[in-house]
Design a protein around this ligand. Structure first.
Ligand code: UN1
Length: 483
């Protein structure tokens, strides 16, 4: 199909698509014989050029009517929604999530852009009376300057959109470094922004390896960095930002617990766990990776979940019957299989899956894994796998479940399946996670409300929705005397 011809990707710097030798291959994880794109190997020089262009373009963008910024974001959102099938297909080929998931993600990115088209017009400042006579106080939310965005491969269009849209809505310029696994999808977003009429230089895209992210984090002219990725890289990004007093926001994954109590609706609990643990091939920082199950329902739950997991159709992202696509890249697949072995060596029992498997094409396929008889202290319950691997912890009481749920250095999302209002409310209050779900998967969130976690999952203000104004603006407090 002509549509599927390999793309040669370019940087976007100062509003121009910059030709660069593009030798690094992006291959489809569904079919390693399929070349999706060739990507350039950017570095410090490209970051310098993109930041200089962003710096030059930002003041006029901040001073433009908010209506102009709103219109650009709205048009870009419309374009994404119109092209969700085409861009979703590219996303599915590049990242490996199923076509339905990829089209859904592209539509979600379109909705994010439209939401922030509205935010550009909303008033975020306040008028206050001073404590002194004849003095008035106003607060303004002003643009910060230039933001660096470092984005992951697992949501290759939604996450770039939810970082870029608020930055742009509030009058900032952006330099983005997409993940090396999924640069083509990020380039599709950049194309849409250009086509929607974004002024030259306001959005830059630099494609390349980790040194591009390092150059962004360390650049004196970048006022803030928003990062989604691993804890290790997040700590390096934060250290580089702190060293020069830049603001920084980190999203670094989770080890999200889903508690299933004896009084849960079993069918619903099984569906919730299946979705949370295995949809998007478990490659969500919000995935339900620890299933904490009360003993009365434990055996029935494990059996029913394993039956559903075994029946999941693992295959090519574009095949309509596929329910779980391949793992996104080879090192992630190795890591997943390693953790299955580690969990077994620690005493976990492999109930199903956890094996490399073949599809109709040569892809990075594995079967969804469930490990039972695990305990909170095991590595499988402490470290993020980032794949279709779920471990089960058996508990006697709700109190024990809550304690196990909170026993983690992460605290992104958590969930409980129960019909008890008392336990649901208690869990909402005392679960130490940034997002708490009742009778819903820990993954799959709305775009107009705050997103983020506690402890080692997140650092800095929340992302998304009405919370995004915190990170992407700075407050000015103005006093005036009119006596
Ligand atoms: C979702 O669960 O819908 O990287 C979003 C991630 C998260 C986004 C999850 N930042 O998986």
């Amino acid at each position: 199909m002509a549509d599927d011809a390999p793309l040669t990707l370019r940087h976007l710097i100062g509003g121009e698509w910059i030709d660069a030798p593009a030798e690094r291959e992006v291959r489809s994880p569904s079919d390693l014989s399929e070349l999706v794109a060739l990507q350039p190997d950017g570095g410090v020089e490209e970051v310098e050029a993109a930041v200089a262009a962003a710096r030059a373009a930002q003041p006029a963008w901040a001073d433009a009517s908010p209506e102009l910024r709103s219109d650009v974001l709205d048009r870009a959102g419309t374009l994404l929604l119109e092209r969700k099938d085409r861009i979703g297909r590219l996303l599915a080929r590049e990242e490996g999530k199923t076509l339905a998931e990829a089209v859904g993600e592209t539509a979600r990115a379109g909705r994010v852009l439209k939401y922030f088209a509205g935010e550009a017009l909303r008033r975020h400042g306040q008028n206050l009376e001073s404590v002194r006579p004849a003095v008035e106080v106003q607060t303004y939310r002003q643009a910060v300057g230039v933001f660096g965005l470092i984005t992951p491969w697992n949501f290759p269009i939604a996450i770039p959109a939810w970082k870029a849209a608020p930055a742009l809505a509030f009058g900032n310029a952006v330099v983005m470094k997409p993940a090396g696994t999924t640069p083509a999808t990020a380039a599709a977003l950049a194309e849409v922004l250009v086509e929607a009429g974004l002024p030259k230089g306001v959005f830059g895209l630099v494609i390349g390896p980790g040194r591009v992210g390092a150059a962004i984090a360390a650049h004196r002219d970048i006022d803030g960095v928003s990062f989604t990725g691993s804890q290790g890289v997040g700590a390096q990004v934060a250290a580089a930002c702190m060293a020069r007093q830049a603001r920084v926001q980190l999203e670094m994954g989770g080890k999200n617990p889903l508690v299933v109590l004896d009084d849960a609706d079993l069918d619903r609990a099984v569906s919730v766990a299946l979705d949370g643990a295995f949809f998007a091939t478990g490659q969500r920082c919000t995935a339900s990776s620890r299933l904490i199950v009360q003993e009365g329902v434990h055996d029935r739950f494990v059996e029913a979940l394993a039956e559903r997991a075994r029946a999941l159709k693992v295959g090519h992202a574009l095949d309509p019957e596929t329910q779980m696509g391949p793992v996104a890249n080879a090192s992630q697949l190795e890591q997943n299989l390693d953790y299955v072995r580690i969990a077994q060596a620690e005493g976990g029992r492999l109930v199903c899956g956890g094996e490399r498997t073949q599809g109709r094409t040569d892809g990075l396929y594995m079967t969804p894994a469930i490990l039972s008889e695990t305990t909170p202290d095991m590595r499988i319950n402490r470290e993020e796998v980032f794949g279709p691997v779920a471990s089960i912890i058996r508990v006697r009481t709700y109190e024990e479940a809550l304690e196990a749920a909170n026993a983690s250095v992460f605290g992104l999302s958590s969930g409980i399946c129960t019909t008890s209002l008392k336990h649901a409310r208690h869990f909402q209050r005392y679960s130490r996670a940034g997002m708490v779900m009742v009778n819903l998967p820990t993954a799959g969130v709305d775009y107009h409300v705050p997103f983020g976690g506690t402890k080692g999952s997140s650092y800095g203000p929340r992302e998304q929705g009405f919370a995004a104004v915190e990170f992407y603006t700075q407050t000015k407090t103005a006093y005036s005397f009119a006596g």
